[in-house]
Ligand binder design. Sequence first.
Ligand code: UD1
Length: 431
Amino acid sequence: MSRYIINGGNTLSGKVKISGAKNSALKLIAASILADSRVTLKNVPDIEDVRTMVEVLRTLNVSVVFNSSNNILEIDPSTINSFEAPYELVRKMRASVLVAGPLLAKFGEVKVAIPGGCNIGARQIDIHLKGFEELGAKNFIEHGYINCSIDSKKSMHAGRRKLAGATINLDFPSRGATENLMMAATLAEGKTVINNAAREKEIPDLANFLISMGADIKGAGTDSITIVGVRSLNGSVYSIMPDSIEAGTFITAAGLCGKKVEIEDAIRENMEIFCLKLREAGIELNSTSKNNIVVSRPKKALRPLNISTLPYPGFPTDLQPIIAVPLSIAPGVSIITENVFENRFMYVEELNRMGANIKIEGHHAVINGVKKLSGAPVKAFDLRAGAAMVLAGLVAEGTTEVFDIHHIQRGYERFADKLTGLGADIKVVDD
Ligand code: UD1
C-alpha cells in the first residue's frame, strides 16, 4: 500500500503540462475493437485505468503495445476472438463495460460482467442495455454476467449479424450509455438517432476518432447524435484530447497556493462553468494562449459559492470534491449540491478531520469556511476525493498523509512528480 506524505505551505510556481484525458482514452481504446486494422492512439495517459483497459483488450486476444515513455498505444484488433469481459477486470474498473457496444456490433454477441456498485454510488447500466435492445439485441442476466445478442434470423446482412438502426431516447444523458450506443451504432444497418445524449467534450472526441476510422456520425457534442451505420471501420492514428479534470485539479492547486503557475493544455472552453465559478470565488485565471491558463493565489480572501453538479454543460461532478477544498477556507457559507452520484461526499469526513466545517444534508454539503486547514492522516476514498485530499494537504499547516493512493493513481499521470515540479513537498512512500 502506498501513501503520500505532504508538508503543506509551499508556494507553487512554474509550468505543468496536462496529460491526455482519462475519460476519453478509455473509450477510444474500447472503440479500437471496431476497426479491422491497426490503430495508433497518441497522448494516452500512463495511468492505472488505461493499463486495466489494455488488459481487457488483451483478454479478447487483441494485440496491444503501450509505449508509456511517449504515451503511444498501438492496437491491432485483427486477431480478436473473444466477446467476454471478465469479472476480475470489470470489478476493477467499471468503464470496462464500454467494450460491450463495440463487441456487440462486431460479433453480434457480448458477455460482460455486471459491474456492481462503486465508492461513489450504485451506477446502473440499465440505460445502456435498454439502448442495445432498441437496436435489436436481447439481454439476459446469468451468473453475474449480462449476455446480449442479436437475433440471427432477423438480422443477417452479408453473412453477419447486425444491429438495426433506431431512435433511442435516453432517460438521462448518461455518458457511458451515449458512448456505448454510439459505438454500437457505427456498424448497425441504417440510421440511429440518440436523443437526450450526453454532451461532455469527450463525446465529440470519441466521435471524431470513429469518424477518422470511417464512421458516419453527426451532432456529437449536442443532445441529438445521428449515426448512419457503415460496413466496416479501418484503423487510424488519433491524438487524445487533454484532461479537463486534471487541468481543473492543477488550476485549483494554483489558486490555493500558487504564484504564476502556468497550466499547459488546459482548454478553457472545455471547462467554462468551472472557470466561471473559480472567478466568482476570487481566483483569477489568465491565459497567454488558447491552450494555457495562468493562475496565482488571490491576495484577498476567497468568496463562498453555491454549486450544483449537473451533466455538461453544468458543473462537473468530478470537480465537486476538488472545489470543496478552496470553499472549506472561504469565509462564509458555501453550498454544494450533488445531483449526479448519490455517494460523492465521502471525502467530507476526511476534510473535517483536517479542520474543515462541512455538514451533509441529503445531497447538499453546507460548508462553513474556516481560517485554515491542518495536516492529518486521511484516506483517499476514490479518485477525485483522493486528489482533493492532496490539495488540502498542500494548503494545510503541517504534515498530511494520504492513504490508499491507488485510487489517485488510477487517473492522474505522475501526480506527485508534477506537483514536485511546481515546488510542492510531496513524497510517495511504499509500505
Ligand atoms: C462518466 C465518467 C465519470 C463521471 C461521470 C459523470 C468515465 C470513465 N467516467 O461515468 O468520471 O463522474 O461520467 O460525468 O468516463 N446511470 C444510470 N443508468 C445507466 C447509466 C448511468 O442510472 O445505465 C446513472 C449513474 O448511476 C449515475 C449517472 O447516471 O448516477 C451518471 O452516469 P454516467 O453519465 O453514465 O457516468 P459514467 O459514464 O459511468
